[in-house]
Ligand binder design. Structure first.
Ligand SMILES: [Ca+2]
Ligand SMILES: [Ca+2]
Ligand SMILES: [Ca+2]
Length: 397
């Protein structure tokens, strides 16, 4: 049986979507070794093979398929399971071998999520053998692995897109965002792939906009294959934004136009840092906040300090700091007209016996009324410093 009854209503629509007009084949046992591969012969492209790995007698199932294609042709083979919703195999693992079972290419992931993608050139005799297993069965023998689940193996000619290009701009005023503009994280555009409702959680390609805010993802240099994509844009002081999905066919050059990302209402400006000395004393610091949204901003701001131990970085404490230190760490109210700025100040007392090598970082967070702590509008590090015998404060921005 292919799938559990529980999964069939969910998997089937996605499976039909993925298979489309592809020629289909069904996996049949036995096919457990490269030398005993299931013979598919000369296949039309694209072809999909529907199969299942079983766990029998303490050994995980492995499936091999022998195909023929045009020598020298670039092929892409996608082994899809849970990550794209077409099967129940958790972590597909795919290998391509020549007719002597010598390894050509083995990949764990490379598809969406944990799905595996192999790109390989067809050898001179036109024979490629594909091995299907689970991560990370490098021997392709199933020993010590417990793979159970259905999968879809799609074999197609490598279809690269032309490009996707556009500009990253500010949603308020349309101005371009430049890739080398501090503070961190610099303005960035990511290209992510999608399959139905499933999209990559990480980027397939990353671009820093040029001096005009322009970005361009090149299909050939990035090995970007035809499919469905979306953009993710972010920058310090901006909300991370995700574009709608769009389809890019082979050789297509897609002009996305302006990809607008929205700034947080409050812009963090100049900082005032304190001098931190081993002798101890009161550290006063501050930061300028400006309302850059088109109307009045009402909310609260508060500062948090983190202290790190001298030897173990992750041994830390964090606490809230207010205008009057830690005894009254109340958030400070913000009520700013459009364009109005205000400097918020905080302080905390440094004892005289802080171990040398300890570190401190102060950050600020802003939230909107009526529930500022549940309506975050950005946060930023104000400064970090190390406690050294000569006194030292290192400003990050
Ligand atoms: Ca099987
Ligand atoms: Ca098998
Ligand atoms: Ca995988």
């Amino acid at each position: 049986m292919c799938c559990s009854q529980r999964l069939i209503p969910y998997v089937l629509p996605v499976l039909l979507l993925v298979l489309g007009a592809n020629v289909q084949a069904q996996e049949t046992e036995p096919n457990n070794s490269c030398s005993d591969a299931q013979e598919q012969g000369l296949i039309p492209l694209p072809t999909t093979i529907i199969g299942e790995l079983n766990y029998i007698n303490d050994v995980s199932d492995v499936d091999f398929f022998r195909i023929q294609a045009t020598p020298g042709e670039q092929l892409q083979a996608d082994l899809a399971g849970v990550s794209t919703g077409v099967g129940t195999l958790q972590d597909p693992f795919l290998g391509a071998f020549d007719s002597n079972c010598a390894e050509l290419e083995v990949r764990n992931d490379g598809g969406i999520g944990y799905d595996a993608r192999v790109i390989v050139e067809v050898p001179d005799n036109g024979v490629i053998i594909l091995g299907v297993t689970t991560c990370c069965d490098n021997e392709f023998d199933g020993v010590e692995y417990e793979a159970v689940g259905s999968y879809v193996l799609t074999i197609d000619t490598l279809r690269l897109i032309g490009s996707v290009y556009g500009r990253l701009v500010d949603a308020f005023d349309g101005s371009p965002l430049l890739g080398d503009k501090p503070p961190y994280p610099y303005p960035t555009v990511e290209l992510r792939r999608c399959s139905g409702v499933f999209c990559d959680l990480s980027a397939i390609a990353i671009e820093s906009p040029d001096e005009f805010g322009g970005f361009s993802f090149d299909g050939v240099s990035g090995q970007l294959t035809a499919g469905v994509y979306r953009l993710v844009g972010y920058a310090a002081g901006y909300r991370q934004s995700t574009s709608t999905q769009f389809t890019v066919n082979e050789f297509d050059n897609i002009e996305f136009g302006d990809f607008a990302i929205t700034p947080f209402p409050i812009q963090f400006g100049a900082v005032q840092t304190c001098e931190i000395l081993m002798a101890g004393g009161v550290c006063k610091y501050g930061i300028e906040l400006t309302n850059q949204q088109p109307d009045r901003y009402q909310g609260e701001a508060w500062s948090t300090m983190q202290l790190f131990g001298p030897e173990v970085f992750f041994q830390k404490t964090s606490f809230q700091v207010g205008k009057a230190g830690t005894t009254n760490p109340k958030p400070q109210r913000l009520n700013l007209k459009q364009g109005q700025s205000e400097i918020l100040e905080f302080q905390f007392r440094v004892p005289s016996n802080v171990p040398e090598g300890s570190g401190v970082c102060a950050s600020i967070a802003v939230g909107s009324k009526p529930y500022p702590q549940f309506s975050g509008q950005g946060e930023q590090t104000i400064f970090c410093a190390n406690f050294q015998s000569d006194g030292n404060a290192v400003v990050l921005q």
